[in-house]
Design a protein around this ligand. Structure first.
Ligand code: NAD
Length: 507
C-alpha cells in the first residue's frame, strides 16, 4: 500500500478557476484497485466556504441576467464537449471509484441525458397566461431561478448524480455549489473545467471540496437557497432537517434495499442474468442495485443454481482493464467499506443464513492491496437479520423464499426503504397488481434497474427520499424555480373601479 506524500492535492473550483487548498486539512483519495493513495483532497475551511458562496452569488447575478437564447447556447456547447470528451471523464471515474470503464461510461451517458433534457429548458420554464380573468384583468405566472443552490453528492456516481441536478439548475438560471464525495473528488473538477470551456460565466459552477464542515456551511448559509442531496439515509435525514430549519428548499435522496420478486412463471434464465447484472454491477454500489431476490416457491433452488453458475464465470479486476480486457466487476470503494460489507455477511451467517457463494477474502493477483470483495450469494436469510433489513451496498445478493405473491409484496412494503423494486413474471395481471400495491418509487416490470429516463423523475418513497421533489424531469425544473403569479389591470379608459374595500371578487 502506498501512502505517498508526493501525490497531488485535489483542490476546489472557485470563480471559474482551479483554487489550491488553503485550509491545511486533507483526506486521502485511493485507487481502489491498487489500494494506492493517488491524491489528497482538500477539506474546505470556513473562509473557503464563504468564498465559494460569495463567488456563486456574483455568478448568479451575471447568469440570471443572460437571455434564454444565450443560456441555451452555453447548454448546447456543454453537451457537445461532454459528448466528445466523455472518455476522459470515464477514466477519472474508474481511477477513483473503481467501477469498470464501460460502467463509468454508462453513468456518464445517463447524466448526459439530463444535460440533453436541460437544453430544452425554455419549454420547461415557460409560465402561463390567463387573459381577462375578471373584467379588464389578466393573470400570468413566471418561473424564476432560486439563486445559489447547493448539491451534495455521494461517492458511487461521481458524475451522474451531480448531473441529475446541475444541468437543470444551471439551465433554469441558478448558480451551483457542488460538494462532491471526498472519496472521488476529481470528476467534479473535470466537469467544472468543461463548463468554463463551454462559456459559462465564472462563479456559476463551483466545486467546494470538503467534509461535514463544508456541508454544514452550505446548510447554514443564508445565501444558499436550496439543497439537493444524495447519500445514505441517516445523512439524508440530517440534511433534510437541518436545511429545512434554515429555511431552505431541500430534496434529500437516501439509501435503499431493493427487492426483485420472481413469480414461478418467470423465465428463470432471464431472471438469473438480470439478478447477476443488477446485484453485482458496480460491485453492488448502486442505490438501484438489487440486493434481495424474493423467490416465490418452487423456483428458489433452481434460481440459486443458475445464479451460482453465472457468478462462477464473473471476472473481477481493475476496472481500467488490462491484457485480458475489461473485467466484469471492480473493487469496493475503500478498505473500511469492504470491512463493513464483510461484516454483514458474518451477521447473516451468525443469524442462520447459508452462504452459497462467499466473496469474503478474495484477492486479485498483481493487485493484492486492492479493496476486493467477491460476488456473494446468501440463501435462507431470516428477515429478522440486520443483514436482510439494512443496506449493505456491496456485491451481496440474498435470496428469501416466499410462498405467495402477496407474501412477497407484504415483505417489500414492510421495509423502511422504498427506492426501487422489480417483478419478473409473464402474468400481466400480477404485474399490474404489483405496480399498484407496492410502496416503492421506481418499479421495473421484467426490468431490474428501473432508473427513469431524464424526462420522467428519479426518486424513491419512505426513507429513500426526504422532501417532496424528485430529481430531474418536471420535478427538477419545479425544484429549481420559484413561481410568481401576477395579476394586472391595464385600464380601459371606459372602465373605472371606484372605491370598494371588500376582498377582490371576479366579475
Ligand atoms: P454518505 O451519506 O456517506 O455521503 C454522501 C455525502 O454526504 C458526501 O458528500 C459526504 O461528504 C457527506 N457526508 C457524509 N457524512 C456527513 C455528515 N455526518 N454530515 C454532513 N455531510 C456528510 O453516502 P456515500 O457513502 O457517499 O454514498 C452511498 C449512499 O448513497 C448509499 O446509502 C446509497 O444508497 C446512497 N445513494 C442513494 C441514491 C438515491 O438516488 N437514493 C443514489 C446514489 C447513492
Amino acid at each position: 500500500m502506498t501512502s505517498a506524500s508526493d501525490v497531488p492535492v485535489i483542490g476546489h473550483w472557485i470563480d471559474g478557476a482551479a483554487r489550491a487548498s488553503a485550509s491545511g486539512r486533507t483526506a486521502p483519495v485511493h485507487n481502489p484497485a491498487t489500494g494506492a493513495v493517488t491524491g489528497h483532497v482538500a477539506l474546505a475551511d470556513d473562509s473557503e466556504i464563504a468564498d465559494a458562496i460569495a463567488s456563486a452569488q456574483r455568478g448568479f447575478q451575471v447568469w440570471s441576467g443572460y437571455s434564454i437564447a444565450r443560456r441555451q447556447a452555453v447548454m448546447f456547447a456543454f453537451r457537445e464537449l461532454l459528448n466528445a470528451r466523455k472518455g476522459e471523464l470515464a477514466a477519472i471515474i474508474t481511477a477513483e471509484h473503481g467501477k469498470v470503464r464501460s460502467d463509468a461510461m454508462g453513468e456518464i451517458l445517463r447524466g448526459q441525458e439530463v444535460v440533453e433534457l436541460a437544453t430544452g429548458f425554455p419549454h420547461l420554464i415557460k409560465g402561463a397566461y390567463s387573459e381577462n380573468v375578471s373584467t379588464g384583468i389578466d393573470v400570468y405566472s413566471l418561473k424564476q431561478p432560486l439563486g445559489v443552490v447547493g448539491i451534495i453528492s455521494p461517492f458511487n456516481f461521481p458524475a451522474m448524480v451531480p448531473m441529475w441536478f446541475f444541468p437543470v439548475a444551471i439551465a433554469a438560471g441558478n448558480a451551483v455549489v457542488l460538494k462532491p464525495s471526498e472519496k472521488d473528488p476529481s470528476a467534479a473538477l473535470w466537469l467544472a473545467a468543461l463548463w468554463a470551456e463551454a462559456g459559462l460565466p465564472d462563479g456559476v459552477f463551483t466545486v467546494l471540496q470538503g467534509d461535514k464542515q463544508a456541508v454544514d456551511g452550505l446548510l447554514e448559509s443564508p445565501d444558499v437557497a436550496s439543497i439537493s442531496f444524495v447519500g445514505s439515509t441517516p445523512i439524508a435525514q440530517y440534511i433534510y432537517e437541518t436545511a429545512s430549519r434554515h429555511g431552505k428548499r431541500v430534496q434529500a435522496l437516501g439509501g435503499a434495499k431493493n427487492h426483485m420478486l420472481v413469480l414461478p412463471d418467470a423465465d428463470l434464465d432471464l431472471v438469473a442474468d438480470q439478478a447477476v447484472n443488477a446485484g453485482f454491477g458496480a460491485a453492488g454500489e448502486r442505490c438501484m442495485a438489487v440486493s434481495v431476490v424474493l423467490a416465490v416457491e418452487p423456483v428458489a433452488d433452481e434460481l440459486i443454481a443458475r445464479i451460482s453458475q453465472r457468478i462462477a464465470g464473473l471476472r473481477i479486476g481493475d476496472g481500467a482493464g488490462g491484457a485480458d480486457g475489461e473485467p466484469d466487476m471492480g473493487p469496493l470503494i475503500t478498505a473500511e467499506h469492504r470491512a463493513k460489507v464483510s461484516g454483514y455477511v458474518d451477521i447473516a451467517e451468525a443469524d442462520g443464513a447459508r452462504v452459497v457463494v462467499d466473496g469474503r477474502g478474495l484477492t486479485v493477483d498483481g493487485n493484492e492491496d486492492g479493496f476486493w470483495f467477491g460476488p456473494t450469494l446468501i440463501d435462507e436469510i431470516p428477515t429478522s437479520s440486520r443483514a436482510y433489513q439494512e443496506e449493505i451496498f456491496g456485491p451481496v445478493l440474498s435470496v428469501v423464499r416466499v410462498q405467495t405473491f402477496q407474501e412477497g409484496v407484504d415483505l417489500i412494503n414492510s421495509g423502511r426503504f422504498g427506492n426501487g423494486t422489480a417483478i419478473f413474471t409473464n402474468d400481466g395481471g400480477a404485474a399490474r397488481r404489483f405496480q399498484h400495491e407496492v410502496q416503492v418509487g421506481m418499479i421495473g416490470i421484467n426490468v431490474p434497474i428501473p432508473v427513469p429516463v431524464a424526462y420522467h423523475s428519479f426518486g424513491g418513497w419512505k426513507a429513500s427520499l426526504f422532501g417532496d421533489a424528485k430529481a430531474y424531469g418536471v420535478h427538477g425544473f419545479d425544484f429549481f424555480t420559484r413561481e410568481k403569479a401576477i395579476t394586472s389591470r391595464w385600464l380601459d379608459p371606459a372602465l373605472h373601479g371606484g372605491i370598494d374595500l371588500g376582498f377582490p371578487q371576479n366579475s
